[in-house]
Write a protein that binds this ligand. Structure first.
Ligand SMILES: Cc1cc2nc3c(=O)[nH]c(=O)nc-3n(C[C@H](O)[C@H](O)[C@H](O)COP(=O)(O)O)c2cc1C
Length: 181
């Protein structure tokens, strides 16, 4: 059983801390985890060619753009569940995360039923950041297991928030149950 965590922050900040914390709690339950830091990946913007859509829902899962997505596709498909985190930017998901989502166009029909949780961090207002992740998950027909939000500005600040830590613990357990069922 393997869970993949995806951090959509361009810095080593609060989103990354939350995604890592949730993965660490799942690892305590014996689940294998892997963290994907989008900030460290070279991912080109989707060129909109739609060649990946050939075959409709039975598409081959191939993107013609050669970059780090090529190594990610098999990992994303093989994972039993996903954790997606984003900082709130103008009360929406980060551009880094949106670009990643766009590039999953070749594989999204194969994500159906995969459990997923969302998390977002903002200075004062999360706005639509979680609902953006949820929209993606719903369109991919993934199984939404819940979300955690936290307020923080400087990197590391979120680690002092006991309520967020409690919520992360509960969500980790829920996701473990979700991937086991
Ligand atoms: C471009 C940009 C836009 C932001 N927009 C918002 C916003 O709309 N509302 C808010 O409360 N915080 C906003 N913030 C603050 C971040 O959400 C906050 O610093 C958060 O902790 C960043 O997460 P990170 O530490 O994971 O990078 C913005 C930050 C940046 C860089």
């Amino acid at each position: 059983m393997k869970i993949i965590g995806i951090s959509g922050s361009p810095r080593r900040g609060n989103t990354e801390w939350m995604v890592k914390d949730l993965l660490a709690r799942m690892a305590e339950s014996g689940v294998e985890t892997e963290l994907i830091l989008l900030r460290k990946k070279k991912i080109k913007t989707c060129c909109g060619c739609l060649s990946c859509e050939e075959g409709g829902v039975n598409r081959k899962g191939v993107c013609r753009l050669q970059d780090d997505m090529q190594e990610l596709y098999p990992k994303l498909l093989a994972a039993d569940g996903w954790v997606i985190g984003t900082p709130a930017y103008f009360e929406m998901l980060s551009g880094l995360l949106k670009n990643f989502m766009d590039r999953t166009c070749p594989i999204w029909p194969k994500l159906s039923g995969k459990p997923v949780v969302g998390m977002a961090v903002a200075e004062e207002g999360i706005g639509k950041a979680i609902s953006n992740i949820r929209t993606y998950a719903d369109l991919c027909q993934m199984q939404w297991m819940g979300s955690v939000i936290g307020l923080a500005t400087k990197p590391g600040e979120i680690a002092k928030n006991e309520k967020v830590k409690q919520r992360l613990k509960r969500l980790a357990m829920k996701l473990v149950r979700g991937v086991q069922s």
